[in-house]
Design a protein around this ligand. Sequence first.
Ligand code: F6R
Length: 242
Amino acid sequence: MKIIKLSTPEEIGMQLAKNLYQKIQVKPDLVIGLATGSTPLPLYAAFIKLLKEKPLDLSHITTFNLDEYYPMSSSNPNSYYFFMNKFLFSPLKLKRTQVNLPDGQSKNYRLECLKYENKINSCGGIDWQLLGVGVNGHIGFNEPGSKFNSLTRRVMLTQSTINANRRFFKSGEGVPIYALTMGLGVISRTKEIHLIATGENKATVVQRLLTEDPSTNLPASIIKKHPNATVWLDVQAAHTKV
Ligand code: F6R
């Protein structure tokens, strides 16, 4: 696991935007794994800016997001589809057929998860996977205790995650207790992983990630077993709390 420490989230965003841009230049049909939340926003903004300065054909890329709340309509402003559309898909003018998120409206979530998994496989797997990390060490919505070989499935969110994500919801609107998430087994099979952790509130989980052996208590630790994973830290997240 490679570790890159930079001063600010914006600097990380710029470096990773260049990395993604170069990967698409080499492989125009790159299959990209994406995340939601606050962490990827500087990267998404930097990538959009880079594309404006140096246009690149994105018509052959395919994206797969890690997760979606369940049940959740894609038109709901709290949905991850809505979030991705606002901060990335729409500014990049990606077609609906190029972008994939688990369908939070599916009545049959088991079938939906199977279909999602099959679609990733039929695209040849994910080439470039972006991850954030929860304060409890989750990646996607794989909460502590998730098996390292877990597949795409419906999960129940922990209270810690519900509390952390409440900031994105208008007052009075409850955070769903379920989500559909790509499993740890799927994430571990991606060809290249970039995990970003920024801000002081991630310092404790980062310290755990850097020091603990891989274990299901800390789902993010699975990337320590991956042959091509990079952790991007800003100074605040890299700061060791004693
Ligand atoms: C969301 C996801 C989550 C977030 C994590 C950190 O798609 O995969 O694992 O990356 O909850 O969220 P932020 O970035 O808001 O701190």
